[in-house]
Design a protein around this ligand. Structure first.
Ligand SMILES: *Cc1c(COP(=O)(O)O)cnc(C)c1O
Length: 398
């Protein structure tokens, strides 16, 4: 990394490999890990993470959209690539040619895909998604007869997998999750009696993988654990997971100010002594200080949120963002701006160019931020998405 005032993210590939090894070490029976690397591998960078996992022995990946899958194929990822989300017929020619494995969640889709495959003269493997309580995509129980009938007469489509997705596994709502599993088993049995027995079943996401080892079946679909997180509070931290992610910035400007200096929009911060203010080139446009909307987890959590909002209404801001400089925690001064943030660093302690560690939520970190990949302590690759996009545009036939 040069010393330009930039914000970047260091991704430790060894940590990802270690997490993969920890996860696969606890797989039951013949189950395999289907690495979920949607949303740019939760912000880490799908291509690099897929390459790293492939080297570690991973043979199956999942993303949400066809275009995510095409990018991975373009970069030479050869393993099974399951598209989890719904896709539309306009995407299917490319998907079939790239050997992507589509999820089928409606009978109309199966019929249309069969037609497209007939035109192309190519067989495809698909996975069937069963709706058991997520309320998002999948076949309901009542559709299975018709589905089985269509599949029996299909010449090109082969149902290679069947799966479902849990809505409350991370909340440890075991009754609901068990009910979903029961529905899934009934759906599998029903299909089997109709002559359709996909060879692969999979139901577990990270939370269910931890809590229900008896349900690992042929694949477990793991995202969160791979990137070093547990799916929620209350999980036994029995896997030795490592955090591959550090977001960093550099002080790009420093200025001495007197006591009583107002900082930032709405002047919510005022220095209470003479100090130095440092500026770092990162803001909410990069995902800093941005929080997704969560339902409060319990009463205390609810109270915290209410108090925070009431205090802010009266001009008192609780729970400021914090960063780390040289191992010291420092609160952000004032509001986080769009691309600039101010820190009250004290006199004579920092210099322009000093590194600042920032807590940046992975999935919200702007893809424009540089990803720097580290392996055995060395930077092995740097990724700038602008360049990737430009190169892809130049390579495309139009
Ligand atoms: C995102 C996703 C997963 C992975 O979930 P994690 O909890 O991150 O492991 C698995 N299955 C489906 C269908 C998903 O959308």
């Amino acid at each position: 990394m040069n010393d330009l005032p930039e914000t970047w993210i260091e991704v430790d590939l060894d940590a990802v490999k270690a997490n993969y090894a920890a996860i696969t070490g606890k797989l039951q029976g013949n189950s395999r890990c289907l690495a979920v690397i949607k949303a740019d591998a939760y912000g880490l960078g799908a291509v690099e993470i897929a390459k790293t996992l492939e080297k570690a022995g991973c043979e199956a990946f999942a993303v949400t959209t066809v275009s995510e899958g095409l990018v991975l194929r373009d970069h030479g990822i050869r393993g099974m690539l399951l598209i989890l989300g719904p896709s539309v017929p306009e995407e299917w020619r490319l998907a079939v040619m790239a050997d992507l494995c589509l999820t089928m969640a409606s009978t109309e889709a199966v019929e249309k895909l069969e037609k497209i495959c007939a035109e192309l003269g190519r067989a495809v493997a698909v996975h069937l998604k069963i709706e058991t309580g997520m309320g998002r995509t999948g076949f309901s129980f009542g559709e299975l007869d018709e589905l089985a009938q269509i599949l029996r007469s299909a010449q090109y489509i082969k149902a290679e997998g069947i799966y479902t997705h849990f809505a409350r596994a991370a909340q440890k709502d075991h009754a609901y999750t068990r009910k979903q599993y029961e529905f899934f088993c009934q759906a599998v049995d029903k299909m089997a009696t109709q002559g359709i027995s996909p060879q692969w079943r999979h139901v577990c996401n990270s939370a269910a993988y931890l809590d229900y080892p008896q349900w690992h079946h042929d694949f477990v679909r793991i995202g969160t654990l791979l990137i070093g997180h547990y799916p929620g509070p209350g999980f036994q931290r029995e896997l030795c997971l490592r955090d591959p992610w550090t977001a960093k910035s550099r002080i790009s400007y420093l200025r001495k100010v007197p006591k009583g200096t107002c900082v930032g929009y709405q002047s919510i911060y005022k220095t209470n002594s003479a100090t130095e203010l440092a500026v770092i080139p990162v803001g909410y446009a990069d995902g800093f200080g941005v929080e997704p909307h969560f339902t409060p987890q319990g009463f205390i959590d609810l109270m915290k949120i209410i108090i925070k909002n009431v205090a802010a209404y009266f001009g008192v801001y609780l729970g400021r963002e914090r960063v780390r400089i040289k191992g010291k925690t420092i609160g952000v001064a004032g509001k986080v701006g769009m691309q600039l943030t101010v820190l009250d660093v004290g006199i004579g302690l920092c210099q322009v160019g000093d590194e600042v560690e920032i807590p940046l939520r992975r999935t919200l970190a702007n893809p424009r931020l540089i990803r720097q990949y580290i392996e055995t302590g060395q930077v092995v690759k740097e990724r700038r998405i602008q360049e990737e996009v430009r190169m892809a545009a130049q390579a495309s036939p139009q």
